[in-house]
Design a binder for this molecule. Structure first.
Ligand code: ADP
Ligand code: ZN
Length: 519
């Protein structure tokens, strides 16, 4: 005998088993309790309120900030024969009246709406006269001012606790850090909620981050081994999306561009082809992906650095939803760091906001430069501890070589200091290598004590060193467009000789696939 929840799972949704915490969450809600659910994207959050909505009497009210997502869900539910509707501002007054009538007659099981609509006094009064099964608050991290998805309307959802004390509430999010979690509990008055935290690990995804050298050739080498497979290639700019897509088509791949600047018919067409045809590569900006539920995406490649680990996790998480092996591949280099820092400096927003974004970018850089297992670093950011290295990322498989960079780092810091803390990486390397070119001569820099002190190392070594100094925040970049370097406060112990510095040794991309041993 199946219990009622399992019966609904099977008969309505066509699935045999609940995943992860789904069964426990559903039980909690069905019994009238509140729940806070942290589950990665693709983990199956929707069923956590859709099943209890069908188990309990009355109407389930689902709050979501994304109209497109609401409409997808309603369409999917209708197809399964579940009475669901979405209320939105594009509907005519007649349509809205019709929905209200159906709600009054109890003909609807799930009502989807945006938070600003739910908290209108008329809507709240209307709902108070109906029997309600539950409230589901999707994307609950939108209530957090710490996150970048903050929506002021979400703050008003706290009043549901007082207005509907008998109605169980479930808040769901894929953002898992502790700070956000605490804010959700406090602002949505979920002190009584049982907490369900799923692991954010995606064990079937292999993570690899390579040093950007010749990005197109590197991408091509990665894709050659995956011909015929579906994947996404993310780029930062629209122009680059189009160029890379054209390049891949030239190389015989079924690649399509996708970005917000394309006509909407073209975007829809490309999206449909990606979803329905085999082996299509979508070359896209981050405009692509929200609500894309294609299980057999075999890889996600980044040609540019995402601006946070949340973004990296979300984007790479679109690979391997079917649980089969998938790859997250990224090429990263000094230019990415400079570009993102610059974008951040020029962005709108107050200082507090910029500090938050800065902090997030630093965590992203740390993932690239860390000498620890990628999965451990990534999960640690979401407050999850993976006790052992994963054995399924480039660092675990290839190993990593580190070297004592204390002395050359001091030389590089002196070069920055002696030349007046205003020159970019290129000029500083010329100084260290003792290259007496026109620029050096016109500045009289051939007379500096640091001139030529770094001749025992190659230009590539120095580039690697400067990149890591910047990524680790030991050196600041002037963001006036010239990229001049300055000493950061944190480099003092190193300069004084009170600290040493271990850096990772860069591996050329042609050697990357050859396993290396940990030093
Ligand atoms: P989320 O909202 O957490 O991103 P969804 O609710 O959209 O995830 O679910 C992701 C996918 O997993 C959907 O295609 C959904 O139908 C499927 N799914 C969810 N739960 C189960 C289950 N118990 N068995 C099989 N498939 C499931
Ligand atoms: Zn690992």
């Amino acid at each position: 005998m199946l219990d009622p929840a399992q019966q609904i799972l099977k008969e309505v949704f066509g699935y045999d088993q609940f995943r992860g915490h789904q069964a426990a969450i559903i039980q909690r809600l069905a019994g009238g309790g509140d729940a806070l659910v942290l589950m990665p994207t693709g983990g199956g959050k929707s069923l956590c309120y859709q099943v209890p909505a069908l188990l309990r009497d009355g109407l389930a009210v689902v709050v979501s900030p994304l109209i497109a997502l609401m409409e997808d869900q309603v369409a999917a539910l209708e197809e399964l024969g579940v009475a669901a509707v979405a209320l939105n501002s594009t509907q005519t007054p007649e349509q809205q009246r019709d929905i209200a009538d159906r709600l009054r007659r109890g003909e609807i099981k799930l009502l989807y709406l945006a938070p600003e609509r739910l908290v209108q006094p008329r809507m709240l009064a209307f709902l108070q006269r109906l029997p309600l099964a539950l409230f589901a608050i999707d994307e609950a991290h939108c209530v957090s001012q710490w996150g970048h998805d903050f929506r002021p309307e979400y703050l008003q959802l706290g009043q549901l606790a007082e207005l509907f004390p008998q109605v169980p509430r479930i808040a769901l999010t894929a953002t898992a850090d502790k700070r956000t979690r605490e804010e959700i509990v406090q602002r949505l008055h979920l002190q009584q909620a049982e907490l369900f935290v799923s692991s954010f690990d995606r064990p079937n995804i292999f993570y690899r981050i390579v040093l950007k050298d010749q990005p197109r050739r590197q991408l091509l080498a990665f894709l050659e081994e995956r011909r015929g497979e579906a994947g996404i290639v993310y780029c930062l700019s629209r122009r680059k999306v189009e160029e890379v897509a054209a390049f891949l088509v030239q190389q015989g791949f079924a690649a399509l561009p996708y970005h917000a600047g394309l006509p909407s018919e073209q975007r829809t067409l490309h999206q449909r082809r990606f979803l329905n045809e085999e082996g299509v590569i979508m070359v896209a900006t981050i405009a692509f992906g929200m609500g894309i539920d294609k299980p057999n995406v075999r890889f996600v490649a980044h040609l540019d650095l995402p601006k946070s680990l949340e973004a990296y996790y979300q984007e790479t998480g679109r690979a391997g939803r079917d649980g089969l092996p998938a790859d997250a591949w990224m090429a990263y280099g000094l230019q990415d760091v400079l570009l993102l820092k610059q974008m951040l400096a020029n962005s709108e927003g107050d200082d507090r906001h910029k500090r938050v974004e800065q902090h997030k970018l630093e965590a992203m850089l740390a993932l690239c430069e860390e000498t620890r297992c990628r999965r451990q670093v990534l999960l640690a950011y979401f407050d999850e501890v993976l006790p052992q290295p994963c054995g399924h990322c480039d660092i675990c498989v290839d190993g990593i070589e580190t070297w004592d960079a204390t002395e050359p780092a001091r030389q590089a810091l002196s070069a920055i200091y002696r030349s007046g803390q205003r020159y970019g990486v290129g000029h500083l390397i010329d100084l260290l290598l003792g290259r007496e070119n026109d620029r050096v001569r016109s500045l009289g820099h051939q007379h500096l004590s640091v001139f030529g002190i770094g001749q025992t190392r190659s230009e590539a070594d120095w580039r690697s060193l400067f990149r890591q100094l910047i990524a680790r925040g030991l050196v600041d970049v002037d963001l006036d467009g010239h990229g001049g370097l300055r000493l950061a406060e944190s480099c003092r112990p190193l300069l004084r000789g009170a600290a040493s510095l271990q850096l990772r040794r860069d591996v050329g991309w042609k050697r990357q696939s050859v396993p290396q041993h940990t030093s």
